[in-house]
Ligand binder design. Structure first.
Ligand code: ADP
Ligand code: MG
Length: 690
């Protein structure tokens, strides 16, 4: 029943069906699980005499007259006018370009109308403009109830043919509601009762057309729980398999704290508390009966490398090899340099293997890895695909895994279940980390090494723009350099580049004619980009204008000014990353935020940036103000698109986690929960074998 195609189940046009398909709605079940975005309460009916100017109302009355003029030639528009009366008064309603209304609505019809009335000066009475209208029937779906509002397509163009409007969805969906009975209950009885959850089919019905506020609340609670629970279950299921598969080949390492102490004594500075804690957590994982799978989170500069190096040191001293995978060659080289500094004094061989490594050298490295002569290989993700064999890989360190998505399963199967340590500089608050990476353990570096300079951050208003430019000139005269980041103006990179080019020309020609300004954007050839960067690093350019897509991963200690145009359009996490590009040398550094809008949220977010320097703190604030999709961008970060649940609802996340844990403990392979197993597979997009 639920799989019945919509083309059979509802009467509609091919255009509508095509639109539905684009929205991913093809079957009855699809439409029934297309849940409202929000609701409007249209239960209270106002007597006509109490209508007030510009206030939304629901009225109930009889149509006392209705006329529809033909298409007005000049304005190409048809107008339908009706008078509606109840016991207390009469009001006028007008609709534009809905000529069919005069066929549906007759003189004498009982109707509900919902909308805003305006006082019409000339006529001296109230007029409802294009209100929603519905005949009074046994069951109301558009008025006199809590009305579901759906995410609409073609919102900006209400005249588009085949537009899937909220009203359209309500009309088509309502008759299908009885089919909700066919949804199978996939949650076990004990979870339903423990968490006071209504059945899935009931939740589906009441999520669309709730009979009361209480029912609505029960329905959204159930559906929110569903989402979080299924994510947690999928995560724990993955963790279960990871451990089970890994048990067979686990490289168990007994912690040797003396060894770690020796390594730390070789450093020039003491570790932060957070670094010590993280090293401890990692080393403790090594003695479990399954391989580690841990995420180490820390702001740029928090000192993740030395933590990873300490872990690698222990693993190597225990007789295993280590590899580190970075998203780009430049980053791989940077890691190589740091790791050699840290590990060569201990006579550990660290080697680089990347795409551009000459074939002959690759061969040698491969054979030395095979023989175990090289203990540490650093490379890009290509390292794993290069058909290399380790003698015995004990630990894989993966830098920014979401950027190239190393499948843990591959590591497990082809490289003998190494311990895995993921590193990320994206500050993800704990709740979100639980939702996103629930299958991994988490270590957080929430403490910066001492002595980092605080970057002075200011919001600059339009009136102060010229002052800011003269200040920048002075800074540059005294020998410093500046970055200028241009905003994302559109979805299209082309337009962004155009804007950046215009900004570059404006600055060069009109603002800083005596300075050397450079431009960097995403569509430049790699060689040109490098050339521009090199010029900036060597001081041949004083100002570098760049689009946001360009990642300047290179240290320019002499650059002390970061100007960000249209600052409020970026997420706080990204602004924080931009800001991290200055303050790398000995000079006091500054970040100037030029907003293009002064809305409340914009100002709140930007002033958070002026106050806080912790990426975690900023991420939390941004999460509250904007939600995770906007903060991290859903497509690339793999953040699930939660429909009913909220990422901020920590208590519910915890409940869902506990419920999922209980099930996995009892029946980790979900053999007794077949429908749950299917749900997990389909929702989490994972093959059922892992
Ligand atoms: P991340 O990879 O987290 O961005 P790095 O590991 O590159 O940060 O460390 C940034 C810099 O801080 C490096 O130059 C490193 O040598 C230094 N550093 C790391 N830990 C400490 C510490 N505890 N005290 C002082 N300096 C440190
Ligand atoms: Mg780093």
């Amino acid at each position: 029943m639920l799989t019945q195609p919509l083309s059979k189940a509802i009467r509609t046009t091919p255009t509508h069906l095509r639109r539905l398909k684009q929205m991913g709605l093809e079957s009855v079940g699809d439409l029934l699980t297309y849940f409202p975005r929000r609701y409007t309460d249209k239960r209270e009916v106002t007597p006509i005499i109490e209508v007030k100017d510009k206030e939304p109302v629901v009225l109930r009355g009889k149509i006392t007259s209705i006329t529809s003029n033909a298409r007005n030639f000049r304005r190409r528009m048809s107008i339908t006018t009706a008078l509606i009366s109840d016991a207390t008064g009469t009001i006028e309603a007008v609709w534009f370009n809905q000529p069919y209304l005069s066929q549906q609505l007759k003189k004498g019809s009982e109707v509900f109308v919902a909308g805003k009335a305006r006082f019409h000066m000339k006529k001296g009475n109230f007029v409802l403009q294009s209100p929603e209208v519905e005949l009074v029937a046994e069951r109301q779906i558009h008025a006199a109830r809590i009305v579901p509002v759906y995410h609409e397509t073609e919102l900006d163009n209400p005249k588009a043919v085949g537009r899937i409007s909220s009203k359209w969805i309500r009309e088509k969906l309502f008759p299908l509601l009885p089919f909700a009975e066919y949804f199978e209950e996939f949650l076990p009885e004990d979870i339903l009762s423990e968490h006071n959850l209504i059945s899935y089919s009931e939740a589906v019905r009441h999520a669309h057309f709730p009979s009361s506020e209480k029912k609505l609340q029960e329905a959204t609670h159930r559906l929110a729980f569903n989402e979080l629970f299924l994510l947690q279950l999928a995560a724990l299921y993955k963790r279960y398999w990871w451990r089970k598969e890994g048990e067979k080949h686990v490289k168990k390492i007994t912690p040797d704290w003396e060894l770690i102490k020796k390594f730390l004594e070789g450093l020039q500075w003491p570790l932060t508390g957070a670094q010590k804690r993280s090293i401890y957590e990692i080393i403790k994982d090594f003695e479990q009966k399954y391989p580690m799978s841990r995420l180490l989170e820390g702001d740029v500069g928090a000192g993740k490398t030395v933590v990873a190096a300490a872990a690698a040191f222990h693993v190597i001293r225990s007789g295993y090899q280590v590899c580190l995978l970075a998203p780009t060659e430049i980053l791989a080289r940077q890691h190589l340099k740091t790791l050699r500094e840290l590990l060569t004094p201990h006579s550990i061989q660290v080697h680089l293997l990347v795409g551009s490594t000459p074939e002959k050298e690759k061969k040698e490295i491969r054979s030395s890895l095979k023989s175990g002569e090289i203990q540490f290989a650093v490379g890009t993700h290509a390292l794993l695909q290069e058909k290399i064999g380790f003698q015995e890989l004990g630990l894989a360190i993966i830098d920014e895994q979401h950027r190239f998505g190393v499948k843990q399963r591959e590591l497990l199967k082809t490289h003998g279940s190494p311990h895995i340590l993921n590193l990320t500089a994206t500050p993800i608050p704990r709740t979100l980390a639980l939702i996103l990476y629930g299958e991994q353990e988490l270590s957080i570096l929430d403490e910066m090494p001492p002595g980092r300079q605080k970057i002075i951050t200011r919001i600059v208003t339009e009136q102060k723009r010229n002052d800011a430019y003269s200040w920048i000139s002075k800074q540059i005269e005294s020998g410093r350099q500046a970055f200028v980041i241009c905003p994302l103006v559109a979805e299209s990179e082309k337009l962004d580049i155009k804007a950046a080019t215009a900004e570059y020309e404006r600055l060069q020609e009109h603002i800083f004619p005596n300075l050397r300004v450079g431009l960097l954007h995403g569509q430049m050839k790699a060689a040109d980009k490098e050339e521009q960067m090199k010029k900036f690093v060597q001081g041949e350019l004083e100002i570098l204008v760049s689009t946001a897509v360009v990642e300047v991963g290179i240290d320019v200690p002499n650059a002390t000014i970061m100007v960000i145009e249209g600052a409020e359009r970026f997420g706080l996490a990204q602004l924080h990353q931009f800001r991290g590009r200055v303050g790398r040398g000995i000079h006091q550094s500054y970040c100037l935020l030029f907003p293009s809008s002064y809305s409340d949220t914009a100002m709140k977010r930007l002033s958070a940036l002026t106050k806080y320097s912790s990426g975690f703190k900023l991420a939390e604030i941004d999460l509250q103000l904007r939600g995770p999709g906007e903060v991290y961008g859903t497509s690339q970060s793999g953040i699930p698109d939660l429909k009913m649940a909220s990422f901020g609802d920590l208590p519910l996340v915890k409940k869902a986690r506990e419920a999922a844990e209980k099930i996995i403990e009892k029946d980790p392979e979900l053999t007794q929960y077949t429908s749950l197993r299917e749900k997990v597979a389909e929702n989490a997009n994972i093959g059922i074998d892992f």
